[in-house]
Design a protein. Structure first.
Length: 163
């Protein structure tokens, strides 16, 4: 029996009940449950085990539900957001460690890639970046794409998943 199948048997009911509580719709909860385990299967290699499997799976389910709300143009109810636990000091430490890792990985990129990523982070458009760096708008897009791919790979090598 595979690891994901073990998780399914162990947590299926709990995750379904959690999703049912969020959606108030049994059919939607079932769909989200199936999608949760599909997404888990596709991203098992990135599961960093900084939380339990159940917590990780519930996070995937919650994110799928939130994505679906946004797609439907619905506002996320504040009372639902209040149900999510407040960050703990451990969460803050993990976030600080991840931020430090991101800075290290960014510093390892070529200067032009660093510059494009930082300018995008500041909110500049590709047109503005292109003018500032005297490159084409398309080049700015390609440079940012390659930089983000390199950052993602570097962070995964350091043990951080894509979330």
């Amino acid at each position: 029996m595979g690891e994901l199948e073990k998780w399914y048997r162990a947590y299926c009911r709990d995750i379904y009940c959690y999703l049912l509580g969020l959606t108030q719709d049994p059919m939607l909860a079932e769909d989200l449950l199936a999608e949760t385990f599909l997404q888990a299967l596709l991203s098992m290699g990135r599961f960093a085990r900084r939380s339990s499997e159940k917590t990780w799976l519930m996070g995937i389910g919650r994110n799928l539900w939130l994505r679906q709300l946004r797609k439907r143009g619905r506002e996320i109810p504040q009372d639902v957001l209040a149900q999510f636990p407040a960050p703990t000091p451990g969460d803050a430490l993990a976030k600080a460690e991840q931020s430090a890792a991101l800075k290290r990985c960014l510093a390892a990129l070529p200067a032009r890639q660093q510059r494009v990523v930082l300018l995008r982070q500041e909110g500049l458009t590709y047109t503005q970046i292109a003018k500032q760096l005297e490159i084409s708008e398309n080049s700015a897009r390609v440079i940012e794409f390659r930089a983000r791919c390199a950052l993602r790979e570097a962070l995964i090598k350091e043990g951080y998943d894509e979330s």
